[in-house]
Design a protein around this ligand. Structure first.
Ligand code: IFM
Length: 468
């Protein structure tokens, strides 16, 4: 149940997040190479309306204006990602200085406004040249990632203290290589599992590279962990939870925090792979100690097992290799524009579990937010009461968790501004700031002022006006 606690610890970090391909545009400027998302979004039928990130929010040319908005919001931290193909156009070899200069200017602008830069090194825009070499199912990409991390840290590490290696490797592996809904659009469960391991390895190698150069750096990873409920207490439904937890959560958490690959998942996927891509020493590399864990949370999932006796697995593609017959259910709860059910207590259940089983480790919510079909009204304002209500519900959970001793240190709203929502294109609006894509005019929404009040007060003082 959502609590009435509405205040936050004095040092709670208030932020907002974006990602390179979703906002930057300028895809062919200053030496940037093509990424898998350029290729994918330009392939007919892959994104809604054929939308691409070619221009997006044109943030590449509007850094000063966008940082001014962040300052107005009162952000203490801004989480953004660096585009690997801007820094290494082919994913290997010497740095493209113009790409590094862009991020260096952004970092300087943030610091000049008193905003901590939090850099995510990988938010899905893999250089196309590395996909052509085999992509994340190939071990070489993990090695190249460590080199890219080192180059990026060398350019920005004198000013950036917080580094996130990967954003949501679940999406990269299973949506990119399992069901093909994301770039590069491949559909092979065994490849997805190899990608999981090489993403974990890339993370561990990057942590090692950053620590070697900068022992004082704060390094973590961002996972979109699944908060799960069984549809019933039947054995099949309980097993569905175990399986989705294994393939969705523990294949990342166990290697990273325990240096182990979950044995039950190895059994679940035995029909697809023998996991021989896990080499001696890899798990120790992956388990390099971290300074924090970032968790992205939007909704909770209810799952059930198959109704027949034919087992959980019958397909070689899909987002849940080895467990593709697990069913996902809705409960009739209110949904956001994405169709995702709103379930704020699911966030508490998730973080309490992570803290109990994988802690102690400082936790940050590195994304949380909601899409709605916002419009600029005749009065020039954007009223988004549903988004405010969504934030309010989730932040009440956060306040209570912090009071209850869960080491939750900060919160990043997703997103600072409307942007390219991947295969959904520009239809889904997650921003605190509305973006008119034809004119690039930015209009802060009502949620922007509301969140600014939360940050200023370090508390949820203004109750949401749901307009209902
Ligand atoms: O827009 C995405 C973001 O890139 C990753 N996390 C989920 C968000 C909403 O779908």
């Amino acid at each position: 149940m959502t609590s009435d606690n509405r205040t936050f610890p004095a040092d709670f970090l208030w932020g907002a997040a974006t990602a390179s391909y979703q906002i930057e545009g300028a895809v062919a400027e200053d030496g940037r190479g093509p990424s898998i998302w350029d290729t994918f979004s330009h392939t007919p039928g892959r994104t809604v309306n054929g939308d691409t990130g070619d221009v997006a929010d044109d943030h590449y040319h509007r850094v000063a204006e966008d940082v001014a908005l962040m300052a107005k919001l009162g952000l203490k931290a801004y989480r953004f990602s660096t585009a690997w193909p801007r820094i290494q156009p082919d994913g290997r070899g010497p740095a493209n200085q113009a790409g590094l200069d862009f991020y260096s200017r952004l970092v300087d602008e943030l610091l000049a406004n008193g905003i901590q830069p939090w850099v995510t090194l990988y938010h899905w825009d893999l250089p196309q040249a590395l996909e052509d070499l085999g992509g994340w199912p190939s071990r070489e990409v993990a090695e190249r990632f460590a080199e890219y991390a080192e180059i990026t840290h060398a350019a920005l590490g004198d000013r950036v203290r917080h580094w996130i290696t990967l954003n949501e490797p679940w999406c990269t592996a299973y949506l990119g290589y399992g069901n093909g809904h994301h770039a590069p659009g491949r559909t092979n469960g065994a490849d997805a599992l190899a990608a999981v391991h090489h993403l974990n390895l890339a993370h561990g190698l990057a942590v090692r590279a950053i620590r070697a150069a900068d022992p004082g750096a704060q390094v973590g990873v961002t996972l979109n962990l699944h908060s799960l409920l069984a549809k019933t207490d039947s054995a099949a439904d309980q097993d569905a939870v175990r399986r989705i937890d294994g393939i969705g959560n523990r294949v990342f958490l166990d290697p990273i925090f325990k240096g182990e690959f979950p044995a039950d998942v190895a059994r679940d996927v035995a029909g697809l792979t023998d996991l021989s891509f896990i080499q001696d020493g890899d798990l120790a590399t992956i388990a390099a100690p971290l300074d924090f864990l970032g968790v992205n949370y939007y909704s909770r999932s209810v799952v059930s097992g198959p109704e027949d006796d034919e087992g959980f697995h019958d397909s070689h593609s899909g987002a849940w290799p080895g467990s593709d017959k697990v069913q996902f259910h809705t409960r009739g709860l209110p949904v956001t524009q994405m169709g995702w059910e709103i379930d704020a207590p699911g966030l508490t259940a998730l973080l309490e579990r992570v803290h109990a089983e994988y802690g102690p480790i400082p936790l940050y919510i590195t994304e949380n937010g909601a899409a709605y079909a916002d419009e600029v009204g005749a009065d020039g304002q954007v009223a988004d009461p549903d988004r405010i209500a969504y934030y309010d519900l989730h932040l009440r959970e956060c306040a209570q968790m912090a009071a209850d001793g869960v080491p939750l240190r900060g919160y990043f709203a997703w997103s600072l501004m409307d942007n390219f929502e991947w295969a959904w294109g520009y239809e889904k609006r997650f921003g605190l700031v509305h973006v008119d894509y034809a004119t690039q005019v930015r209009t802060p929404k009502a949620s922007f002022s509301w969140y600014a009040d939360v940050i200023r007060n370090n508390a949820l003082i203004t109750a949401p006006d749901t307009g209902k």
